[in-house]
Write a protein that binds this ligand. Sequence first.
Ligand code: ADP
Ligand code: MG
Length: 225
Amino acid sequence: MEYILTTEDLCRDFKIGDGSTVSALKNVNIQIEKGKLTILRGRSGSGKTTLINILGALDKPTSGKVVFGGQDITRLSEKKRDGIRRYQMSFVFQSVALMSGMNAYENVEFGLRLAKYPYEKRDARVREVMKNVNLDKRMFHRPGEMSGGEQQRVAIARAIAHEPELVFADEPTAELDTNTALHVVKLFKDLVAEHGMTIVMTTHDPSMIDIADRVYTLEDGEIVE
Ligand SMILES: Nc1ncnc2c1ncn2[C@@H]1O[C@H](COP(=O)(O)OP(=O)(O)O)[C@@H](O)[C@H]1O
Ligand SMILES: [Mg+2]
């Protein structure tokens, strides 16, 4: 077993308006296995977003470590963390954040540009990932001309196009109907099985968890068995 990312005693406290503190994460120790689909599950408010944001270097813990590539990335400079976010990791969010003025192809191509993907390979790569997410026939549609599930698949295509080592998805199915949601999760499963990707996804939906290689359950900021 090869772990691509591990945490050591992660804690995250939030100070709130009245001066008190919320402990959103309490000594979280998890291991993310390379080439697998890991699900972080838990009720609303259990700490899933807080945890996935820290794993993906969008936020820093109050204490504890996130070990990725042999180093504790919580201690790196913002410049280095920005580089990790841009080139080695990527995020899919609950609300699809596509550029409404660009069609699906342009949205994915734009992501490749930001990741400095080699110019001469971009066109072929966009077409390839649009196939991977089964949207090659919708490539030139704008977000407003696609269903919610299709838009989320474009967002997934954009997240995987530059071949990041790790893809994070925070409740990517929460705004989709059950059937579409299962399709999206199945797509994650295929990307893991056929393309060797490593994906970490959060969900509050128990029907999703069967498909995962590994499940961690959060309750009040703690991992429970
Ligand atoms: N920026 C913040 N300021 C204060 N409290 C927060 C903040 N973000 C999250 N929390 C609190 O931390 C806990 C976990 O939140 P969150 O990680 O968003 O849970 P989930 O994603 O599982 O719904 C909740 O009690 C929430 O109110
Ligand atoms: Mg959340």
